[in-house]
Design a protein around this ligand. Structure first.
Ligand code: HXC
Length: 258
């Protein structure tokens, strides 16, 4: 399916979504976020796709929600229209792993979108920030919550209260991104990681993602109990038998996603 604001393609078992409003630095308009939700929905339903990559342009992953569009909204528009909740959160609910490949600006909603993904790979020129305060706003797509959980209170407060941006080095030191890659190799590297995940047992990958995400939602004891139950249930998967048999027989496993 063709989208007005995205380029969507598959690379083998990987669904690759490129945000495509380059003139507006990929400002996240309502249309773009609805397109993104639809693209995620399609890849989620496609059994041949095991993981997703979301990226932008070299200059901007996304410079935030579309300020010119938001400037027209009233309180009733955003409340009644369920602004953000209606379409932005679809990607955070994706069960398949999603990798954000971030080059250039990831500001405001752009930073929040990256944080809704499971792994962030940063290009050397990546810049992360929550500059909403300069516009008389606060982050509205999870920035105050996800950033704080990831980088801690002091850094999150400074970024949210002053709009200070983090470069790629600081983002890596803070644990916001998993690693930094050369800008020209960013998308290929993200696709490589996604491909590697997609070759593994799909149901077991879903369980692993679900278990890690649980760490953000519950106590340690409950999280470990949840992990243990999922771990036990991997023993019911054909792929778990195949994985261990392949190890013993010194060969590559042939996972059937069962
Ligand atoms: C709408 C945007 C935009 C945005 C850039 N543009 N960011 N349009 N919404 N968030 C547009 C500019 O208006 C301009 O259009 C074109 O993209 C190029 O941008 P420039 O500013 O000319 O580029 P540059 O000088 O290189 O500066 C880059 C920049 C700056 C530092 C990233 O664009 C910037 O500060 N953008 C806004 C960042 C921001 O405040 N983001 C948070 C938004 S609020 P024209 O037509 O003039 O060429 C938010 C709320 C989230 O995200 C909460 C809920 C989701």
């Amino acid at each position: 399916m063709a989208y007005e604001t995205l380029i969507v393609e598959t690379r083998g078992p990987v669904g690759l979504i490129t945000l495509n409003r380059p003139k507006q630095l990929n400002a996240l308009s309502d249309q773009l976020m609805s397109d993104l939700a639809a693209a995620v929905e399609t890849f989620e339903a496609d059994e041949t796709v095991g993981a997703l990559v979301v990226t932008g342009s070299e200059k901007a992953f996304a410079a935030g929600a579309d300020v010119k569009e938001m400037a027209r909204y009233s309180y009733i528009d955003v409340y009644k229209g369920n602004f953000i909740t209606r379409n932005w959160e679809r990607i955070a609910r994706c069960r398949k792993p999603v990798i954000a490949a971030v080059s250039g600006f990831a500001l405001g909603g752009g930073c929040e979108l990256a944080m809704m993904c499971d792994i962030i790979l940063a290009a050397e020129n990546a810049k992360f920030g929550q500059p909403e305060i300069n516009l008389g706003l606060i982050p509205g797509a999870g920035g105050t919550q996800r950033l704080t959980r990831v980088v801690g209170k002091s850094k999150a407060m400074e970024m949210v209260l002053t709009g200070r941006q983090m470069d790629a080095q600081e983002a890596e030191r803070s644990g916001l991104v998993s690693r930094i890659v050369p800008t020209a190799e960013l998308v290929d590297e993200a696709v490589k990681v996604a491909e590697r995940i997609a070759k593994l047992s799909q149901p077991v990958v879903l369980m692993a993602k679900e278990a890690v995400n649980r760490a953000y939602e519950t106590t340690l004891e409950e999280g470990i109990r949840f992990e243990r139950r999922l771990f036990h249930s991997t023993f019911a998967a054909e792929d778990q038998k195949e994985g261990m048999a392949a190890f013993a027989e010194k060969r590559q496993p042939d996972f059937k996603h069962r």
